[in-house]
Design a protein around this ligand. Structure first.
Ligand code: NAD
Length: 341
C-alpha cells in the first residue's frame, strides 16, 4: 500500500509486511548517496537496524549504525550535538542520508538532526512503534526536549520517504502497543472508515488500519503543513490528556491519557446534546475492546487547574476539539472555567 504526501516537498509512505527486506531499492529511488547513518535506540531489536544495514551495504551504500539509549530523555540537545559530531567525524556530506529506525523518540531526534546537519540532509523514517507508524513518522514535526518542557526546540522538515513494516510491531510490549492505539482511537473518532476498522478488528487488519490512519494525517498536514489551523484537530483528546499525564506525573502513558481525554470530550458532547447516549456507549465499548482503561482518576476541577497553566491556554481560553459524531469533530474556543460535564 502506498500514499503520497503532497506538501512543500512531496514524499511516499510505503506500508507492507516485510517491506524492510527491500528497503535498499526504495532508498535508491530517493537518494543516490554514499553514506547512510541508521539511528536506532537500545530497546529496538538490533536485527531491525542490522537488516537495513545489510540491505544497504549489499547494494553499495556505506552504512553506519548509531544507537541512543531508549526513552524520552534521549530526545535531548546533548544527543542532538553528539550525533552531529558523529556525522562530521565520519565525513558525512550534504548528499548523504539519515535513516531513523525506532519510535517517535528516534524519529523526532533523527529528523531534527537531518534538518540541521549542513543545513539539511535527506531523511528516511522507518517507524517501529504503533504511535510512530500511524502518526509521528508523517507530518514533518521534528525536535528535542528542554529541561523546562517537551518539544520546545525543533523544525518542520519533511522526510524523503517513510517505510512502514508492520512486522516490526510484533516485538512491542503490550503497553507500548496500546499507547500507540490511543492515537489511533483519535483517528477513529475523526474518520468513520477508521472507526469501522476499529469496530471490527484493527490488529488483524493492520496494513489497512495503518493506511487509513495515515490517510487522515496526510490529509490534515496537506491542508495545514505548519499547524496554522486545521492541524489543531489532531489535538482531539490532548487538552485533557496532557492534564491527565501531568497529574499522574507521567505514569499514565500519553496515548492512554489521550483516550481518557477523548472520553471526557465525548461526555461533554453528551451533556451538550451533541451526541446521543447510544453513540457515547459505542465509543466506550470500542475502546474497551482494545483493553484500554478509559476512566479518568482525576476530578474535572483538578484537570481544569492544570489546563489553565498549559502553554496553549490563552487568557483562560482553550481551543477544545469537540465531537459532533463519529467522523465529525470541530474546534471550539471555550473558557476553561465554563467546561462542565
Ligand atoms: N513528530 C510528531 O508529529 C509526533 C507526534 C506524536 C508524538 N511524537 C513524539 O513521539 C515520542 C513518543 O514516541 P513512541 O511512543 O514511539 O515512544 P518511543 O520512541 O520512546 O518508543 C517506546 C519504547 O518502545 C521501544 N521500541 C520501539 N520500537 C520497538 C519494537 N519494534 N519492539 C520493541 N520495542 C520497541 C523503544 O525503544 C522505547 O523503549 C514522543 O517524544 C512524542 O513527543 C511526535
Amino acid at each position: 500500500m502506498k500514499l503520497t504526501v503532497n506538501v512543500s516537498t512531496s514524499y511516499d509512505i510505503v506500508i507492507e509486511k516485510g517491506i524492510s527486506d527491500k528497503i535498499g531499492k526504495l532508498i535508491t529511488e530517493v537518494c543516490n548517496c554514499c553514506k547512510v547513518l541508521i539511528i536506532t535506540d537500545s530497546n529496538v531489536p538490533k536485527e531491525y537496524s542490522q537488516k537495513i544495514y545489510d540491505n544497504l551495504q549489499k547494494i553499495g551504500y556505506m552504512p553506519f549504525i548509531y544507537t541512543i539509549p531508549s526513552g524520552e530523555s534521549s530526545k535531548s540537545i546533548t544527543n542532538f550535538a553528539l550525533i552531529h559530531n558523529y556525522l562530521a567525524e565520519n565525513l558525512f556530506s550534504r548528499k548523504d542520508l539519515i535513516v531513523a529506525v525506532g519510535g517517535g523518540v528516534v524519529g523526532d531526534l533523527s529528523a531534527f538532526v537531518a534538518s540541521t546537519y549542513m543545513r539539511g540532509i535527506k531523511f528516511v523514517n522507518v517507524p517501529t512503534t504503533m504511535l510512530s507508524c500511524i502518526d509521528s513518522s508523517v507530518g514533518g514535526k521534528t525536535g528535542v526536549n528542554l529541561e523546562c518542557g517537551k518539544n520546545l526546540v525543533g523544525t518542520f522538515y519533511q522526510p524523503s520517504l517513510v517505510v512502514v513494516d508492520p512486522l516490526f510491531l510484533n516485538s512491542l510490549p503490550k503497553d507500548i502497543y496500546n499507547d500507540g492505539l490511543g492515537e489511533a482511537i483519535k483517528y477513529g473518532i475523526m474518520d468513520s472508515s477508521v472507526w469501522e476498522v476499529l469496530k471490527n478488528d484493527a490488529n488483524n487488519n493492520i496494513e489497512e488500519f495503518i493506511y487509513k490512519c495515515l490517510s487522515i494525517k496526510k490529509y490534515v498536514v496537506e491542508q495545514d503543513e505548519k499547524e496554522g489551523g486545521l492541524r489543531q484537530v489532531l489535538n482531539l483528546g490532548h487538552t485533557f490528556g496532557h492534564a491527565i499525564e501531568t497529574l499522574s506525573n507521567y505514569t499514565i502513558l500519553h496515548g492512554i491519557a489521550v483516550v481518557k481525554g477523548i472520553v471526557i470530550i465525548a461526555k461533554y458532547a453528551l451533556k451538550n446534546g451533541e451526541i446521543s447516549q447510544e453513540k457515547y456507549n459505542e465509543i466506550v465499548s470500542v475502546i474497551s475492546k482494545y483493553d484500554i482503561d478509559y476512566t479518568c482518576p482525576y476530578s474535572l476541577e483538578d484537570l481544569k487547574l492544570i489546563m489553565q497553566k498549559d502553554k496553549k491556554a490563552n487568557g483562560g481560553f482553550v481551543n477544545l476539539i469537540c465531537i459532533k459524531d463519529i467522523g465529525k469533530v470541530y474546534i471550539k474556543n471555550i473558557k476553561i472555567d465554563e467546561i462542565q460535564l
